[in-house]
Design a protein around this ligand. Structure first.
Ligand code: PEP
Ligand code: MG
Length: 541
């Protein structure tokens, strides 16, 4: 047993066989001798056939479980694995260039993925990750043991949010050598209820494929070859989380109200149908943050109105009559699609530089959100002028359609300081503690090992924002990860926050925590902490 310390990025404990992702990426492949190339190409083709057959089995399993939509998606992987063009690419790489079968499979999949990702149809562009996954799966078969990502704990150097979303349904937990707790890959892991540890360092990549490993997302540690006691604790934890989820589902209709009667609305951070369904099962009262940009991370140009509606509508159509808070594209940072590579701006500043793209986006969101209680949320606001500009463009595109509510994300120090003026232009405010914490304290969001929202410098700004919203008689919510953190939650509630928006998988747990709290006590605790920053909290609207 050997413990590798890292940082907790998503709670829970998972144990299973290690699936080391792309360990070989970038290594120098041995050249296959000419005489052996035909045999090597046969091995590669055979691996593709076996990957296709895995996927077929998985698809029929999903169908038996009544998960027809998921089965359809998996079946496209079967077609990809049998695609003559992919096979021809693998042959060329092995026969002409002498590349080893496993590398040829990954490389051919990468080439196909790159071609797909330049297609204008965003749904096809999203398939790029599926081809990569087929390549990895086939390459894994060459190791002689049928390596099923579905059964493993994923070990990688780093992952993007799209990678996690792609792999999550098939892994039990994730450990990264690099990565940060507020990076979007970690947010996706939390939203899907996957334990995750990041920042473990290079030692993590020494883990062998198939070795038993334990990812402890509560303590931020990875354990190689855990002893029986530890492995059994992990299984108990998985069981505990499963039963907590069942309790949350059973209590989904009970309101989230503190013991002394303070009512809080708990909404979900959800961008996909899968997340929305999970959030609804756990009693979410709508969506408080739909991160639209996550759905277009592979886009090669600004998506058209029609493309956006086709991607957003499947989620928003399920929110008829319910709060649907759609955040405008928050591109930039670790959410920069290929067509925006190199930009330094982030969030609404990117869109305000592209008035036509902003118009198409606003119009698509309004169309896709018809029937829902639609709220538009503006990311990375720095001044009230940002909101005025968005409202001006919105007026141009509405053409008789009902006006949605407009709110600002308060997640930059500039916005928190101008919260009063911004609140005057808004129908609601939403505090993004992830960016706010990192920006106020000068941390690097992608690498940061902590998100200390209770630091008095951050908390003072959160309190001032809640006050500014309430003075303007508009509701204030918190949609950053701090809203689902057991330590920060009582303080955030004590400040008088009206709504929380949390990862889909956390909705039930947060609702339960609210029921166990005493608001008067929360208020006392938040005031004591605020005393250190010179702020005081006041009444809600
Ligand atoms: C935040 O910054 O707290 C937030 C919710 O936005 P995101 O995590 O998507 O940047
Ligand atoms: Mg943010």
């Amino acid at each position: 047993m050997r413990a590798l310390p890292g940082v907790s990025a998503a709670p829970g404990i998972a144990v299973g066989r290690a699936v080391v992702l792309d360990r070989t990426r970038g290594h120098a492949s041995n050249l296959v001798r000419e005489a052996d190339r035909a045999g090597e190409a046969d091995r590669a083709r055979d691996a593709l056939r076996r990957a296709a057959s895995d996927l077929e089995t998985l698809a029929s399993q999903l169908r038996t479980e009544g998960r027809g939509d998921d089965a359809d998606i998996v079946e496209t992987g079967v077609l990809m694995a049998m695609d003559p063009e992919l096979i021809a690419r693998v042959d060329t790489l092995v026969l002409d260039s002498g590349i080893e079968a496993a590398d040829a499979l990954r490389e051919a999949a990468e080439q196909t993925a790159l071609e797909l990702s330049v297609l204008l149809d965003p749904m096809l562009a999203l398939r790029a990750d599926d081809v990569r996954s087929v390549g990895r799966r086939a390459a894994a078969h060459l190791k002689g043991d049928a390596l099923h990502v579905s059964e493993g704990v994923l070990i990688a150097d780093s992952l993007g949010p799209a990678d996690v979303a792609e792999l999550a349904p098939r892994v039990r937990g994730i450990a990264l050598a690099g990565g940060g707790v507020t990076a979007h890959a970690a947010i996706v892991a939390r939203s899907l209820g996957l334990p995750m540890v990041v920042g473990v360092g290079e030692g993590l990549l020494e883990i062998e494929d198939g070795e038993e490993v334990l990812v402890d997302g509560d303590r931020g540690v990875v354990v190689r070859q855990p002893d029986a006691e530890r492995a059994s604790l992990a299984r108990t934890d998985t069981e505990r989380r499963r039963s907590a989820r069942e309790i949350a589902i059973a209590r989904r209709l009970e309101p989230a109200r503190t013991k002394d009667g303070y009512r809080i609305r708990v909404l979900a951070n959800a961008s996909t149908v899968a997340e929305l369904e999970e959030a609804t099962r756990q009693g979410a009262e709508g969506v408080g943050l739909m991160r639209t940009e996550l759905l277009f991370l592979e886009a090669m140009e600004w998506p058209s109105h029609a493309e956006q509606v086709s991607v957003l509508r499947p989620v928003l159509s399920r929110l008829q009559g319910q709060t649907a808070t759609v955040r405008l594209f928050d591109f930039g940072g670790d959410k920069t699609p290929p067509f925006l590579r190199g930009i330094t701006a982030r969030g609404i500043a990117v869109m305000l530089n592209e008035p036509q793209a902003l118009k198409a986006h606003l119009s698509a969101v309004v169309d896709a959100g018809r029937g829902a209680d639609l709220r538009l949320l503006v990311p990375m606001v720095t001044s009230a002028a940002d909101i005025r500009s968005v409202r001006d463009t919105l007026t141009l595109v509405l053409e008789g359609r009902g006006a949605p509510m407009v709110g600002a994300m308060i997640e930059t120090p500039e916005a928190a300081e101008a919260a009063r003026e911004i609140a005057g232009q808004c129908d609601f405010l939403s505090i993004g503690t992830n960016d706010l914490t990192q920006l106020v304290l000068g941390l690097d969001r992608e690498q940061s090992r902590k998100a200390p929202v209770l630091d008095p410098r951050v908390l003072g700004l959160v309190a001032a924002t809640v006050q500014a919203g309430h003075d303007a008689r508009i509701p204030v919510d918190v949609c950053g990860e701090a809203a689902s953190d057991e330590n920060s939650l009582p303080i955030i509630i004590g400040l008088g926050t009206d709504e929380l928006s949390v990862a889909a998988a956390r909705v039930g747990q947060v609702r339960q925590w609210v029921r166990e709290l005493d608001f008067a006590e929360c208020r006392r605790r938040s005031e004591a902490l605020l005393g250190q920053s010179g702020h005081t909290s006041r009444q809600r609207v």
